[in-house]
Design a protein around this ligand. Structure first.
Ligand code: NDP
Length: 380
C-alpha cells in the first residue's frame, strides 16, 4: 500500500508535533511530505532531520539561511516566506494537508489547498470562523474534502458515520469550561496570564488555551460546526462537561443521541483524520468507566465571548471575521499582560458594534475587515 503523504502546516506547534507523533507511530502508513513553521527554526530543523520531508518551510525569511545550512547535507528543499507555505498547500503530491497553523494566517494556505482540490485535515478553526460560508462553497466547487481535526468536530463527524440519509435535530458540543469554570465574575477581574494558561484537561498552544479560558474557543467551534455540518444556529448547543470524555454528541430527529467518547488526547482525532475512513490500531491509554461524567449549562454572563460568537454567527457576513480579528488582538495583548481578562470581551464587543458590516463579503472584504479591525483596536 502507498504511504499517505502528509503536509503539516504548523508542524512546530501543539497539533503539528502530535501529528508527527502519529506519523512516527504509523511509519508504514504515513510520511511527512512538508513541514512548516513560523519562527521556530530550531525545532523545524530537528523535525526535518528526523522525518526527512521533501520540503521544510519557514515563514520568517530572516531564518532561511539558518535552516538551509542546517539541512545542507540532506536532500530537503528549504523555502521561506508566507507565500512558500501557501505554495506547499497546493502541491500535487501530498494526499493530506493538515492545517495546524494558528489564527488568521491559516486562511490563505487553506484557500489555496481547497482550490487545488486537496484533502484537508482542518485544525485551524479560525479559517472557518473568518470565511466559513465562502470556504464551504469553494470546497464543494473544487471537490476538496474537509476532515475535522478539532476533537469536538471529529466527534460529530464520527457520530455521523453511517447516518448519511438521517436528519440531525441538533448537535451538542461539549466544553470543559476551562480553568475558570467555577470562578465568579468578580474573581475573573484579577485572574492572571499564568492562571489562564493552565487548562485542566488539554495541553495546547498559548492562543487556543486563552480562547478556552474565555470560552471564545467554544464560540469559534460553534461557528466551525455550522459550516462543517451545514447547521443553523438553533441546531447547535453547548454543554459544559468538565471531564472532557464525551467529545460531542449528535441528536437525531427520533430523539436518539450518539456520543463519541475517549480520553482527551488530540492524537486520536488527528489519527482518525489521517486514517479516514479506516480506524487504526494504537496502544494509547484506554478509558476508565468508573469515573463520573457531569454536565452543566454554560454561563454567558461570565463568559460573554460565547454569546458574542452566537451573535456573530446569526448576523453572518463579515461579523465573524471582525470577531476573530478582535479576538486575536486582545489575546495577544492579554498574553503580553497589557490588558486584563475581562477587558478582552469589552474590546471585542466594541469592535463588533463599530466596524462596518458587510452582508456578502468577497475574499478582499475579509482581508480588509481583518486589517481594519486590528487597526481599530490598536488605535482606540
Ligand atoms: P501552536 O501555537 O502550538 O502552533 C501554531 C503553529 O503555527 C506553529 O507551528 C507556528 O510556528 C505556526 N504559525 C504561527 N503563526 C504563523 C504564521 N503567521 N505563519 C506561519 N506559521 C505560523 O497552536 P496549536 O497547535 O495549539 O493550534 C493550531 C491550530 O489548531 C489553531 O487554529 C487551534 O485553534 C487549532 N486546534 C488546536 C488544538 C490543540 O490541542 N492545540 C485543538 C483543536 C484545534 P512557530 O512554532 O514557528 O511559531
Amino acid at each position: 500500500m502507498m504511504k499517505k503523504q502528509i503536509a503539516i502546516l504548523g508542524s512546530t506547534g501543539s497539533i503539528g508535533t502530535q501529528a508527527l507523533e502519529v506519523i512516527a507511530e504509523n511509519p508504514d502508513l504515513f510520511e511527512a511530505y512538508a513541514l512548516t513553521a513560523n519562527r521556530n527554526a530550531d525545532l523545524l530543523i530537528k523535525q526535518a532531520r528526523a522525518f526527512q520531508p521533501e520540503f521544510a518551510v519557514i515563514a520568517d525569511e530572516t531564518q532561511y539561511n539558518n535552516v538551509k545550512e542546517a539541512l545542507a547535507d540532506l536532500p530537503i528543499k528549504v523555502c521561506a516566506g508566507a507565500s512558500a507555505i501557501a505554495d506547499v498547500a497546493e502541491m500535487q503530491t501530498p494526499d493530506i494537508i493538515l492545517t495546524a497553523m494558528v489564527g488568521y494566517a491559516g486562511l490563505l494556505p487553506t484557500i489555496r489547498a481547497v482550490r487545488a482540490g486537496k484533502t484537508i485535515a482542518l485544525a485551524n478553526k479560525e479559517t472557518l470562523v473568518v470565511a466559513g460560508e465562502w470556504i464551504q462553497k469553494l470546497a464543494i466547487e473544487h471537490r476538496a474534502p474537509i476532515l475535522p481535526v478539532d476533537s469536538e468536530h471529529s466527534a460529530v463527524f464520527q457520530c455521523l458515520a453511517g447516518e448519511k440519509d438521517n436528519e440531525i435535530e441538533k448537535i451538542i458540543l461539549t466544553a470543559s469550561g476551562g480553568p475558570f469554570r467555577s470562578k465568579t465574575l468578580n474573581e475573573l477581574k484579577t485572574v492572571t496570564r499564568r492562571e489562564a494558561l493552565q487548562h485542566p484537561n488539554w495541553a495546547m498552544g498559548a492562543k487556543i488555551t486563552i480562547d478556552s479560558a474565555t470560552m471564545m474557543n467554544k464560540g469559534f467551534e460553534v461557528i466551525e460546526a455550522k459550516w462543517l455540518f451545514g447547521l443553523s444556529a438553533e441546531q447547535i448547543d453547548v454543554v459544559i462537561h468538565p471531564q472532557s470524555i464525551i467529545h460531542s454528541m449528535v441528536q437525531f430527529i427520533d430523539g436518539s443521541v450518539k456520543a463519541q467518547m475517549g480520553l482527551p488526547d488530540m492524537k486520536l482525532p488527528i489519527q482518525y483524520a489521517f486514517g479516514y475512513p479506516t480506524r487504526l490500531k494504537n496502544s494509547y491509554p484506554r478509558l476508565d468507566f468508573t469515573q463520573s461524567l457531569t454536565f452543566e449549562q454554560p454561563d454567558t454572563q461570565k463568559f460573554r465571548n460565547l454569546a458574542f460568537a452566537f451573535e456573530a454567527m446569526r448576523k453572518g457576513g463579515n461579523m465573524p471575521c471582525i470577531l476573530n480579528a478582535a479576538n486575536e488582538v486582545v489575546v495577544e495583548a492579554f498574553l503580553k499582560e497589557k490588558i486584563g481578562f475581562l477587558q478582552m470581551s469589552d474590546i471585542i464587543e466594541r469592535a463588533m458594534h463599530s466596524l462596518p458590516f458587510i452582508q456578502n463579503p468577497t475574499y478582499e472584504d475579509y482581508v480588509e475587515t481583518d486589517r481594519e479591525t486590528r487597526e481599530f483596536i490598536i488605535n482606540s
